[in-house]
Design a protein around this ligand. Structure first.
Ligand code: ASP
Ligand code: MG
Length: 419
């Protein structure tokens, strides 16, 4: 059993779906578990519908855009006359409308989000499954809401690994004869069978959940990039493709902000020693990147950008020095506000943190600590981390930048600068 994951870009229109089918066809010597996301930018489109609903604006027309988008792909794939697909999709849209109509603020936005945005994945996989079957690629559609069990935290649900593994194993065991098992990324359900989601871009993590539950031979994430690059190709022209990366390197890159793989994906795979391939769906025969347990001397420096950063400095004003009690107090409030620190630094009289821009939480922190410190902040900054840096890379990246914080360890160089 191998696990394949296809994201939104790989199913954004009929041609992409056909391309995906060809990739699956070329690999169906093995039994495949295929995880698919919502098509194209549909998750954003669902979020826009919700925003209109919350703002008490007309959301029906936004919903129609979503219907039209899927209807076009269905038509372009020649599936218009597929009765079963039509019925399923009609039922999905009825269920979706029902959820939207019965929304009341007492149920909460996050709950509504999961009950509705999850339809992006449901619709996508229904269409892909129907199409694969017309190509004689025998496919069974599975409902991830019945397979991935989570807690109750809507939009950031935590997986109940024990229950999930048992269900996935027993369900998949019933389909030994089917070559392709197709299901959704990103979604699951809580103990009450309400739909939950694992966080934006969570389908990579879903692939890891299925792979570890099934003891899969490997996971392949098919992307619109050639593999894991040492920098964002949208920001740099001369990027280097990593042929191979140790799990640890890849996991740390996601921590520092690399978006090529969802941060939660690596850990479960590393624990089970399941190799992860990141490959291009545009060039499926190319090797891409293999992430596994390995040692690679002289890795090229990896450059990771994080934009929308805030730096906050807490200063002592009475000629005493920053001590552990001050830091303890600051951290108490950081923790209370569920803030994540991307970088920190102290001097004799100040303690400085860098976090993602979040004016509401920044203000809560400032109000809580303004009696104890003079507080200065700077928003809209950018941060660059260079893993496995060399001097030439640092110099090239620092050039012409107004640097606010600079830090280096043996392996990493980090800087926060004005844009
Ligand atoms: N469709 C979801 C999103 O766009 C999950 C995913 O693509 O991984 O966030
Ligand atoms: Mg997506």
């Amino acid at each position: 059993m191998k696990v394949f994951k296809f994201g939104g870009a790989s199913v954004k229109d009929a041609d992409s779906v056909k391309n995906m089918a060809s990739i699956i066809e070329a690999h169906n010597a093995d039994q495949l578990m295929v995880i698919v996301s919502a098509m194209g930018k549909m998750t954003n489109a669902f979020e826009a519908v919700l925003q209109r609903l919350i703002d008490e604006e007309d959301y029906i027309s936004s919903l129609q855009t979503i219907k039209d988008f899927h209807a076009k792909i269905i038509a372009d794939l020649g599936l218009k006359g597929n009765q079963q697909l039509n019925q399923e999709i009609q039922q999905d849209f009825e269920n979706l409308s029902h959820e939207l109509e019965r929304f009341s603020s007492s149920l909460g936005y996050d709950y509504l989000y999961d009950q509705t945005v999850s339809f992006g994945e449901i619709l996508s996989t229904r269409i892909v499954s129907a199409y694969l079957n017309t190509r004689q690629i025998k496919t069974t559609w599975l409902d991830a809401r019945k397979l991935v069990k989570t807690d109750n935290i809507h939009r950031q649900a935590k997986v109940d690994w024990g229950a999930t593994q048992n269900i996935i194993r027993s369900q998949v065991a019933q389909h030994k004869e089917t070559k392709i098992l197709l299901t959704q990324g990103f979604i699951g359900s809580n103990a009450k069978f309400n739909t939950t989601t694992l966080g934006r871009e969570g389908s990579d993590f879903s692939a890891a959940i299925f792979a570890t539950s099934l003891g899969a031979e490997s996971v392949t994430i098919w992307k619109d990039v050639p593999g894991v690059l040492n920098a964002d190709p949208k920001k740099f022209s001369d990027t280097v493709l990593f042929d191979q990366l140790p799990y640890k390197e890849a996991a740390e890159m996601t921590y520092y902000g690399a978006t090529v793989i969802h941060p939660k994906t690596i850990k479960p795979l590393a624990q089970k020693g399941i190799p992860l391939y990141v490959k291009s769906f545009e060039n499926p025969d190319a090797n891409g990147t293999l992430i596994n347990e390995c040692v690679i001397p002289n890795l090229a420096p990896a450059i990771i950008h994080k934009d929308k950063q805030t730096v906050i400095s807490f200063k002592i004003s009475d000629f005493s020095f920053i001590n552990e009690q001050h830091i303890h107090l600051i951290f108490e409030h950081i923790n209370r506000n569920h803030l994540t620190i991307n970088l920190m630094q102290n001097s004799a009289i100040s303690f400085t943190i860098c976090m993602d821009d979040n004016p509401v939480k920044r203000e809560q922190l400032r109000m809580a600590l303004k009696e104890d410190f003079l507080i200065y902040y700077n928003e809209g900054l950018e941060m660059i981390t260079i893993k496995n840096y060399n001097q030439a890379t640092i110099e090239a990246l620092m050039k012409d930048k107004q640097i606010i914080i600079e830090q280096r360890s043996r392996n990493n160089f980090q800087m926060v600068y004005k844009v």
